[in-house]
Design a protein around this ligand. Sequence first.
Ligand code: 5AD
Ligand code: SF4
Length: 482
Amino acid sequence: MSKLDDDIKKMFLPSLKDARLRKNRNVETIFYKVEDIYKNLGVGKTYYIYTYGCQGNEADSEVMAGILESVGYTKASDPLESDIVLLNTCAVRENAEQRIWGVLGQLKGRKRTHPDMLIGICGCMPQEERATNKLIESYGFVDLVFGTHNRFNLPKLIHQAYLSGSKVVEVFSNEGNILENAPMVRESNFKAWVHIMYGCDEFCTYCIVPYTRGRERSRRKEDILAEVNDLVKRGYKEITLLGQNVNAYGKDIDDGSYTFGDLLTDIDKTGILRVRFTSPHPRDMDEKAIQAMKLKSVMPHLHFPVQSGNDRVLKIMNRKYTREEYLYKVKRLKEEVPNISITTDIIVGFPGETYEEFKDTVTLSVEAGFEGAFTFIYSPREGTPAASMPDPISIEEKHKWFDELKETIDLGYLKGNQRFLGEIVEVLVEGESKSGDGMLCGYTPNNKLTHFKSDDLSLVGNIVKVKITDAKSWFMIGDLVE
Ligand code: 5AD
Ligand code: SF4
C-alpha cells in the first residue's frame, strides 16, 4: 500500500450518494466555544479568505474569519503575505470551479518560496467527490480540504495540519447540528447577512446544492431575533435573510406552523429599517409571505427565481410549479405591493429544451415585467439527474439563445430604472462610486444602484434622499435632496 493510500484512509471523504439521503434525525442547536488547546493557535499569524459564489458563502466566510480571529489570527491585506489562505468555493456551475483551479495555480508558486504558508479549500467544491479526489491526487501543495459541514472545526483542522505536516481532509456528507454564537467578522457595519436556515430539500434536477449543503435546517426564531436585535442595537440599517429556500423556513421546527411570513412580521418589530431576503422558492411563496411583503421594513424588491417559462421544462427541472402558477404569484405580489421590483434567475439550454420552449422563457420575462435577472447557460453537475439527460443542443446554439434572452432582460433593467425618473428615492449609501468623480453610491428600497454627487464620506452607512435625474440600464443618477 502506498503512502497516498495510507493517507487517504485517514481522511473523511465526500460521498454524493450519502449526501442525497435525508436522514430522519433531530437537528440540535449547539453553542460555539473555542477549546483551550486552540486559543493561541494563530497568535502572531495572519489569514486571508477568498470568497466565491453566493451570499451564503460570503456569510460563511465572515464566520470563518471570526473563528480565525478568536484563536489569535489577524487579517492580512495581501493573500500572498498571509500565513493561512482559505478559498471558500462554489460548485454551482462549471465556470465557478474553473476559477478556483486558476487561483490555486497562482498560490502554488507562492507556496514554493513560502512553504510554511497553509492553503485550505473549503465550501461547496470539496463536497463533490470528483473535486476532492483531484485535490488529493494533483494538488499536493494544498494543506487543508474541508466541507460545508466542517467549517466550525477549523481550529482543530489547522492544528492537525501544523502537527502532521500532511494534507488534512475532512468532508462530512451529512449535515451536522446548527451552531449558534459563532464569532463573526462582518464586512460592513451597516449591512448584515443573517442566515435563517441552511441546506435545501428541493432537488431541482440541475442543482448540486442539496448535495453540498445538506438537508434543510431552520434556525430557531429566538436565535434569529436575538441576532437581529443585536444588529439594530449596533446601528445596522439593513439585513439580508439567507437560505436556499427561505420560505421553507420553519417547516422542520415543531409542527411547522411558524412560517417565513411570521418570521418577517417578528423581524419587522425589531425596528430594523430594511429587510431583504434571498432566495424564495415560487411554490412556497404563500399568501402569508405575500402579505408580509407589505411590512414597512420589507423592501419592495423580490428576487424570485423562475428558471424557465415552459411547463415541460419546469417539470423536468423538478420545480413543482407551472408558468401559470408563477405568473399568478407575480400578479398577487404586484396587487399587494404595486411598486415592487421583481428580478429572477434563469437557466438557458436545460437538457432537451427546444427553441420554442426557450421562447416561453422570453415571453414570461416580458409578462412578469422582470427588472433584472441572473441568466445562466445550463452547466452539467456530476451526480445530479440532469447531468445524465440527453442534451442535443450545441453550446454555440445555447449562447445564441442566451444573447437573445439578454436583450429582453436588459430592456427590463432599463425600464425598471426609468420608472423612477423625477422621483425622490431613499438611498442607503455604500461608499464612493467606482468611477470616482466625487460621486457616492448606494441602493434604493427597490435595489436600484444609484449614484449622486457628493464627497461627504460621513454619509456612508446612512439613508439619504436623492432626486433621480437620469436612468441607465445598470444604474440611476440623481441629486442629493437633503
Ligand atoms: N447550471 C446553470 N445554472 C445553475 N444554477 C443552479 N444550478 C445550475 C446549473 N447546473 C443557477 C440557478 C440558481 C442559481 C443560483 O444558479 O438559476 O437559481
Ligand atoms: Fe438548487 Fe433548487 Fe435548492 Fe435552489 S431550490 S438551491 S435551485 S435545488
